[in-house]
Design a binder for this molecule. Structure first.
Ligand SMILES: *Cc1c(COP(=O)(O)O)cnc(C)c1O
Length: 408
């Protein structure tokens, strides 16, 4: 059995039972709450260290009751990579990337959806549905397949091509919708009473946050329980940023953190879709829907986030910032950083690097501070972006003297 005690409304604190399916309360997300005293008594750093290198190693801090219901593809314990060359390009001496591109289905959506599908499976759900404009649909389809649930995925017609194909490839019923992600969400809402679906949209059920929380748990363990100074996170719905901030609070509560320091959480967006940074700059707790949202970083194309106040609360409590960088910078940085480090940086991560460049210039970050960027997805999934610069062709016959001069 898990150590979950109840679910708690993030907007008004109402308690709800966790043994049954729950969605939103007053249109807003739910927190999963644990008996942390019992967790502290049951779990030791030594026992965790001996477990398999997956996100399930933190089982006492996770919501699944019955291990046999878990949908897993071995997700978790992604590498934390030091980036000296990218750091030098930015004027930073202690820059690290947590490389989530190596996860099943090529993005960190696998963490949240592994958890949401596992809990849905445990609570008797037979069929799951999701509106998506990017990586979430493929991840849901993969985990649903893993435990034999039916999967329905609804995507705007301009969703990146790999995301369209992967959902169908993992056996989901996948549909293109002539409209926006909000129209796809409306289809899921309309269809649910007829189809018996469970809606696993971002933050509409309580467990995707718990899956993404494991990024924070892993980062802490990989840093010997001493957290970095700054974390940069590409923010769409905000699940990961919210989840990590929750992870740090829970680790502090069970007495596992080496000191009192908490990272400054920096929420990063593109100026093509910047609702959170816009609200932050105005000092507001809730974000206005962002008009005409457009960015090649599909994970950031979330014009209205149902957990906006949870993101902004975390950013502000941490002493961080919510910022956006120009769309052109973000794409240029993703490409340049990939060439500097050999890491497949997703366009979303380009927003973090663009914002980081601004913060270093503004002296909001000291060159010796430890900075961690989350590379949330694999560049290979964005063929439209990475194929934008065509390759040169080789002349026939090759004049090697001219060739040598032209490539060096
Ligand atoms: C979904 C997604 C994001 C945004 O994640 P949230 O936790 O919803 O803010 C960032 N990057 C990639 C690659 C994504 O797929």
């Amino acid at each position: 059995m898990s150590y979950v005690t109840h679910l708690e409304s993030a907007i008004d604190g109402t308690h709800l039972p966790h043994g049954e399916l729950q969605t939103l309360h007053e249109g807003r997300p739910l927190w999963v709450r644990y008996d942390l005293e019992a967790v502290a008594a049951a779990m030791t750093k030594e026992s965790v260290a001996k477990r398999d290198p997956t996100m399930w190693r933190y089982q006492e801090l996770l919501p699944v009751d019955d291990d046999t219901k878990i949908a897993s593809l071995g997700e978790g314990m992604t590498p934390l990579l030091r980036c000296e060359r990218l750091g030098a390009a930015l004027g930073l001496n202690d820059l690290w990337v947590k490389d989530e591109s190596q996860l099943p289905t090529g993005s960190f959506k696998s963490r949240g959806l592994a958890m949401a599908v596992s809990r849905a499976n445990e609570l008797g759900v037979k069929s799951v549905a999701i509106p998506t404009a990017g990586n979430a649909g493929g991840a849901m389809a993969a985990y649903a397949a893993r435990v034999g649930l039916d999967a329905y995925v609804f995507m705007p017609a301009d969703t990146p091509i790999v995301n369209q194909y992967e959902a169908a490839y993992y056996g989901a019923e996948a549909f293109l919708v002539d409209g926006l992600i909000t129209d796809c969400g409306a289809i899921v809402r309309d269809g649910t009473p007829h189809m018996g679906w469970f809606d696993v949209s971002t933050l509409k059920e309580p467990y995707r946050i718990e899956g993404k929380k494991t990024m924070g748990l892993e980062l802490a363990e990989q840093s010997d329980w001493s957290l970095p100074d700054v974390i940069l996170y590409p923010t769409g719905g905000g699940t990961g940023l919210i989840g990590m901030w929750k992870a740090f609070a829970e680790l502090a509560e069970i007495g596992w953190l080496a000191d009192e320091r908490r990272p400054r959480m920096v929420s990063c967006q593109s100026d093509g879709c910047a609702p959170i940074s816009t609200a932050w700059s105005k000092g507001e707790r809730f974000a206005e829907p962002f008009p005409d949202a457009a960015t090649a970083a599909s994970g950031l194309r979330v014009p209205a986030a149902v957990g906006d106040f949870m993101i902004l609360d975390a950013v502000n409590e941490s002493g961080g910032q919510a910022r956006d960088c120009p769309e052109a910078f973000l794409l240029a940085w993703a490409r340049r950083a990939s060439a500097l480090e050999g890491i497949a940086f997703a366009p979303e991560t380009g927003a973090c690097i663009g914002v980081l460049e601004m913060l270093v210039e503004e002296k909001a970050i000291d060159p010796d501070e430890r900075v961690v960027i989350f590379n949330t997805g694999a560049a290979q999934k964005y063929v439209e972006v990475i194929g934008a610069e065509p390759l040169s062709t080789l002349p026939d016959p090759v004049d090697w003297a001219a060739f040598s001069a032209s490539t060096t």
